[in-house]
Every structure is written in structure tokens, then in C-alpha cells.
Ligand binder design. Sequence first.
Ligand code: SD4
Length: 300
Amino acid sequence: AQTLPIVISTWDFGVAANREAWKILSKGGRALDAVEAGAKIPEADMNNHSVGRAGYPDRDGHVTLDACIMDENGNCGAVAGMENIAHPISVARLVMEKTPHVMLVGDGARQFAIEQGFKNEKLLTPESEKAWKKWLVTHEYKPVMNIENQRPGDKYNHDTIGMLAIDAKGNISGACTTSGMAWKMHGRVGDSPIIGAGLYVDNEVGGATSTGVGEEVIRNVGSFLVVELMRQGYSPRDACKEACKRIIKKKPEIAKEIQVGFLAINKKGEYGAYALHKGFTYAVCDAKKQDLLIPGESHY
Ligand code: SD4
């Protein structure tokens, strides 16, 4: 049987993020604190061009960040299209804890962050600016699959961290944070900050999160779907597979060309994942092993 606590997260960079979350979970800390601390690792990573600082900008050169967080009591908070603030996951948590709202967007989110003591910073790095200028030459919007999977320093590296944790008390929380698809339209919001799409937690059942081209996840309310399937008795892996099948059924031509991956955990701590295409990975950390990286199964 799976031991608790446990934390799981998307992609190779999930290993380092899990380790940070584990510092909290292993001491009996709360899952909510663990997922926030874990998500902040890729947010701060200058070699990661898909989350937080140093994220690739939209087609107009703005770095706009999306994040959401959800706790064991069904509380949730989110920010979308936020500029100039390095840790959107922490702002999302404050939206949850300090406002009567669930989501703040754009300049309103930035203003709220400043009021809460966050620094106004330039997030576009010279390296990201260079990549953007290079993209402008062709300015063709064609998301590359699994780009996070390439090694840091590679030209394209882009994806989202979704993290799910169960603490020693058995409580579940989740976090999801991203700079969104590189070269997206200004104002575009993906699945990652949308509760039910990029992330969903139900403390009676489990949690789910997603990565990849967010439009197809929003269309199917992906993470909510995965949790509801687990409620009906699906294993985490089978629930993720079914959500992928839903995407394929609705838009078969699009599904062939894009990556989407789901990751899920149930109340017992059993976990699983499924993706449209090969190349998705996820990281698992519990008392037995802190740096497990598992290749996700895929449809194609
Ligand atoms: C989005 N799912 O914005 C997110 C993040 C992503 O590659 O870039 N995935 O659609």
C-alpha cells in the first residue's frame, strides 16, 4: 500500500519541486504549504522558460503568468495573465486566503500582489527576449510537444508544473503554475489557472492536474473530469486515460498534433498519469523514494 505523505508533480523539473515540498510534508506539515513551496522552485528557476521568472513571453513580448491553488476544504485561488510578479502561486494563495474572490486577472492581480508586498520586477530575461525576437521572424504559432523535456539551456523548453500532495493527516492540496504557451496571443489564458481545468482537488476523492495545450483541457474541464471519474471508481491512471480519450473524441485532428498530459492521485495516495503523446513524465516523492521520475503512458 502507498504510504502517506506523498507528493507528485508533472515533468522532470517535478523532481526538484517535490524535494522542496517533501521538506514540509516529511515534518508533518500541511499539503497546502508543501505544494506552494514546491511550485515556487520552477517559478524561480532561470533555466526554466515555462514557469514564472524567465518564462517565454507572448507574441507581443509580455511575460504573463497563470497559476492556481486548491486546498483540502475546497478553498481555491487563482491569478491569470499577471505580469511583473515572480511568484504567481503565492499570489494565488493570497487571493484564496485574503479576498472574497477566486480569481484575479491582469493588472488587478498585479496590483493586489504589490499591495501584499510582492516586488514589481521585469520577468523577461535577455535570453527569453532573444528567443522571442527569433520567433518574430517567422511568427508562426505551432506549439512544440514535450518541450520541457529537453534539457535546460535548449532553445525551447516549455511546460507547466502541476503538483498534488497528501499530508500525514490525509489532506489533499494542489498547485499549478505556468507562463502559458510561448508566443500566445496577448490576453490568452490557458487551463492552468482555471479550477477544474488545470487543477482540481476534492478531499473525499483525490486530485488531478494537467499540462500541455490548455485549450483542449478547458474544452473538456479535464482535471474535474479526472476527479469525478475517480469518484466513480476509476483508478487514477484509468481516469487520466479516459480524459485523454475525451479530448481525442471531441477533436481527433487536433489531438494528433498536440500534447496533453494528466496526472492524478486518489485519497489512498495511489497515483497515475496518461498523455496523448509519448514524452510526458512525472515525479513522485514519498518516504521510500524522493526522486522517482516515471515516463507517462500515452495514447499515440
Ligand atoms: C497552457 N497548459 O497555458 C498550459 C501550459 C503549457 O505546455 O504551456 N503547457 O496551456
